[in-house]
Design a protein around this ligand. Structure first.
Ligand SMILES: [Zn+2]
Ligand SMILES: [Zn+2]
Length: 283
């Protein structure tokens, strides 16, 4: 956490425009860290056939819903995150207020909603039904369950070899990557799961979303003086992923670096490319 705060200070000095969103991010991360320290997570029971299906059929080890959640801790964190969001800006405060009201009047049973796992479509349906902002509601749900999901991922980490999977979706839970990283002397490329945070190796030149390896249809750009951040564009599916070169900036929090380079996402969008999994704080 201290390192994260330091890095946030560094970035804020360089790019003051990001101050507000980075302060918000820091508060969310602090609250999540606190929750993670006292979680009560059931051990995940892996079935033997799951591992066989992974090797033979390329199925992920588990499904998103299989991550056990500490419901008590998640709902407590939900309340804390609502408070942080309300203090962040008036626009957000209004949306969070409506969500709180729906929960307070027991029109939404948050615990029950979480018991089935984090299902995006279901959460969006509930938001629609009660006239809530679906993106903000989803952000709060995803953020309050993240400590549980990360703990589950850490529990299962030793079951997988991150170097051999090479596919465009997470071997742990089957979700799409949010970011890619270049690491080590040779700059090996890794993808980060948008759901469970697991990292796995991939080819240097491939679009993770459509598996395009044809170099004629792959290009990238960096911001001026920002060679550590690259936008990898695919001209087959017209989508992109942001790549962070850790060889230049050292170990850091990828989500933070992503948030601090949103101007590159704006550029990519202006060029007509879509990002399948945007940073959760930008929704
Ligand atoms: Zn995953
Ligand atoms: Zn593609």
């Amino acid at each position: 956490m201290e390192k994260l705060k330091e890095r946030i200070q560094q970035i804020k000095k360089k790019r003051p425009g990001y101050g507000e969103i980075l302060n918000f991010y820091q508060k969310v991360r602090e609250a999540q860290d606190k929750t993670k320290a006292s979680l009560n997570i059931k051990p995940i029971q892996l079935r033997k056939e799951w591992k066989e299906l992974l090797t033979k059929e390329g199925f992920s080890l588990i499904q998103k819903e299989d991550f056990p959640l500490d419901i008590e801790a998640s709902t407590a964190l939900f309340t804390t995150l609502c408070q942080i969001a309300k203090e962040a800006n008036p626009h957000m405060a209004e949306k969070v207020e409506r969500i709180n009201e729906a929960i307070a009047h027991q029109r939404i049973d948050l615990k029950k909603l979480l018991m089935g796992g984090v299902k995006e479509q279901k959460i969006e349906r509930v938001a629609d039904e009660f006239g809530l902002d679906a993106k903000v509601f989803l952000f709060l749900i995803q953020s309050c369950t993240r400590p549980s999901i990360e703990s589950g991922m850490e529990q299962l980490r030793s079951q997988l070899d991150p170097e051999i999977w090479l596919k465009g979706y997470c071997p742990m839970c089957g979700s799409l990557p949010s970011l890619s990283l270049l690491k080590g002397e040779e700059g090996k490329r890794y993808l980060i799961c948008s759901y469970c945070d697991y990292q796995w190796r991939t080819d240097r030149l491939v679009c993770p979303f459509c598996n395009n390896k044809d170099q004629q249809f792959l290009q990238y750009f960096c911001g001026e003086g920002e060679e550590a951040y690259r936008i990898d564009l695919c001209d087959k599916c017209h989508q992109y992923i942001k790549t962070i070169d850790l060889r230049t900036i050292g170990e850091t929090d990828p989500l933070l670096e992503d948030l601090a380079t949103l101007h590159l996402d704006i550029l990519a969008s202006q060029k007509g490319y879509k990002r399948p999994i945007p940073n959760p704080l930008t929704t």
